[in-house]
Write a protein of this length. Sequence first.
Length: 242
Amino acid sequence: MKKLLTVIFLACAIVFAQEGSIKPEFQAFSGALIKLKKAEKGFHKFRLRVDVAPWAFLAEGEVQAPGGDSDVLITALFDRALYAVLAYIPDKIAAGSDGEEYNVGFFDMMLYYDEEPTRIRNLSFKLLPPANDSWAQSILDDALQSGSLLGRIWGGKFEREITKASAVPIDKTKLVDMQQKRQAAKAAEAERKAKEEADRRAREKAEKAEKAKFKSKKHDDLDCSSRKLTAKQKRRCKMNGK
């Protein structure tokens, strides 16, 4: 009995220790990025797709408006009163095939209607290129398991962090701006590398020219009539001098 109690105590200690070490963060996304289908039995199928670093994921699920009104969320999209908040573990990062780093540690999401949480079911996440290899997927799977230790996170436990994230949601304009900045940074890096390569080639060309000049000068100073040369060497010297 004592051994059983000890095992249970240790298991609980591990769970509490893990829960205490998880520090989730939140990122809000504008309703302009959300697609809703017509409600069926009170629930809309929804999807949120983001593929601009540091995000590359597709979230899908079903959502019901507070109070169960099947039309209010569609109207909220046009009124900009609907937005999504993604919960993620910030230190779970994966490298994309484009050389960028991506957050792949998400484990939960909530859609808010006018700052009021909705009801979500059948939520799932799918990683998108360029951060969807097996390593990134294993990180996501681990995050989903780790996040489950926190229990329900939309009931006030992280209200301050969620409110802060909701104040600055990412919209299409910000995504375009982020993408343009990435492209500009890549172009600048490519230009820097091209300049370094051009400088390297110029140095190599100058070094070859200097060596050729030195070799030519050395040949001009050679006396083909020197007594130290054999008859064969004198003939070769004169032929090379033509």
